[in-house]
Design a protein around this ligand. Structure first.
Ligand code: BGC
Length: 424
């Protein structure tokens, strides 16, 4: 007879939970660059969002009810530091209460310092394009560690550096709406430097008693034409730029971003764990030699009958990709944590299936001995999905944006059952 213990796939100390970000759930982040950008009529307004700023304790009770033992959240820099550099103590007190509420429920915080938004005054000074942000961000990290330090074991400095560089500085879809390839690389380099500074600051403030990582968007890149050498070369280059160059820079302690001068960073091996945000596969097609061309271009799913279901974001559901990207990270010899993985859909049955298949992929990585330490689903609540406003539903919990009522979806319970049993 197979014992109960043997049937468990996920270890007892596995981190299970969901992820959120301040701007997407808190509401009224009036001092951030995003708020200003929304108010200028560029996109839907976040407004009071899920009012998690007020309702956090209730939301964490829901997470606890669902068996979550960890929760990824971000603090909002624009609430905490004023333009003259001084700090707002009442906002620090707020986040102390937020973290205490989690801990009181047996939920470990995974604390993110920057999830896309910036204080408006930092944005006015050039945001991530201005080198000064490296020091400002490191001081913010140091201050956070000195105030919230003992309350979190896992820290994430920056969420999805490549994605921010791409969306805000290359495609012009996020503030500050730049469309400049060179600038997007400069921003990525500044984020690597800022991360290294923040890593040092947190580690020295906490005597090394913190595990510091970054949450990296990783995509499963495949060649458009299987076995085509040119497509394979374009995949290799794109994968390097988008999946590896940032992480590799941090681990080697020098910038290894294509097109950027090599530069020594403040510290090396500045990742205690690698956070993986995984959502989709992309097919890459060769475009030619030289410069940007050599990275190829994304080939539409319509050209790929083998591709799976498409989500409301237009992304392919490709669960095997989760295993592929975990495996890709093994060269850095660091534990990995899934810091985001989720699906935008109004049909919650699709979310159940999404969770099942992606956890199977995670289980495969574990069974092969890969050091996967947690899975945090994106997201706990339906929330403000950036330029898409409230139209995309990622939550395990439904939010009625008029009444602010919360209702756990069947997928939330399905996930809870896996957490409880440690298996499917
Ligand atoms: C971001 C989240 C976002 C999610 C879904 C990730 O890139 O970190 O803020 O909501 O993807 O688009």
């Amino acid at each position: 007879m197979v014992s109960e213990k043997k049937k468990r796939i996920f270890p007892k100390n596995f981190l299970w939970g969901a992820a959120t970000s301040a701007h997407q759930v808190e509401g009224n982040n009036k001092l951030s660059d995003w708020w200003a950008w929304e108010k200028a009529g560029n996109t839907a307004e976040s407004g009071r969002a899920c009012a998690k700023y007020e309702l956090y304790d209730h939301d964490f009770s829901l997470a606890a009810e669902l068996g979550h033992n960890s929760h990824r959240l971000s603090i909002e820099w624009s609430r905490l530091q004023r333009p003259d550099g001084s700090w707002d103590n009442s906002e620090w007190d707020h986040y102390k209460k937020v973290l205490s509420s989690l801990t009181a429920k047996g939920i470990k915080p995974v604390l993110t310092l920057n999830h896309f938004t910036l204080p408006k005054y930092i944005a006015r000074q050039g945001a991530w394009l201005n080198r000064n942000i490296i020091d400002s961000f490191s001081s913010f990290a140091e201050k956070t560690a000195s105030i919230l330090g003992g309350m979190a074991e896992f820290w994430i400095t920056i969420n999805e550096p490549n994605m921010l560089a791409e969306m805000a500085y290359l495609k012009g879809e996020f503030p500050p709406c730049r469309r400049d390839y060179k600038e997007s690389l400069t921003v990525l380099a500044h984020m690597a430097e800022a991360h290294a500074g923040a890593y040092e600051a947190i580690k020295s403030a906490l005597d090394g008693n913190a595990k510091v990582g970054a949450a990296k968007a990783l995509t499963a890149f495949h060649p458009c034409r299987k076995n085509n050498l040119f497509d394979m070369l374009a995949v290799k280059k794109t994968r390097w730029l988008r999946n590896h160059s940032f992480i590799n820079s941090l681990m080697e302690g020098r910038l290894t971003i294509p097109g950027m001068p090599e530069k020594i960073l403040k510290t090396k091996k500045s990742l205690d764990f690698i956070g993986i945000n995984y959502y989709l596969r992309q097919f890459v097609r060769w475009q030619g030699f030289g410069g940007r061309k050599s990275f190829g271009k994304t080939c539409p799913y319509q050209h790929h009958p083998e591709s799976g279901d498409i989500t409301d974001m237009g992304w392919e559901v490709y669960p095997e990709g989760l295993y592929e990207v975990i495996k890709e990270m093994m060269r850095y010899r660091r534990p990995v944590m899934i810091t985001e993985n989720g699906i935008a859909t109004d049909d919650d049955r699709r979310r159940v299936e999404f969770i099942r298949l992606h956890l199977k992929s995670a289980a495969k990585a574990l069974s092969e001995g890969m050091p996967l330490i947690g899975y945090l689903h994106w997201s706990l609540l339906d929330n403000f999905e950036w330029t898409h406003g409230y139209s995309k539903k990622f939550g395990l919990v439904e939010v009625d944006f008029k009444s602010l009522d919360r209702k756990i979806k069947p997928s939330g319970w399905y996930f809870a059952d896996i957490i409880k049993k440690g298996t499917f």
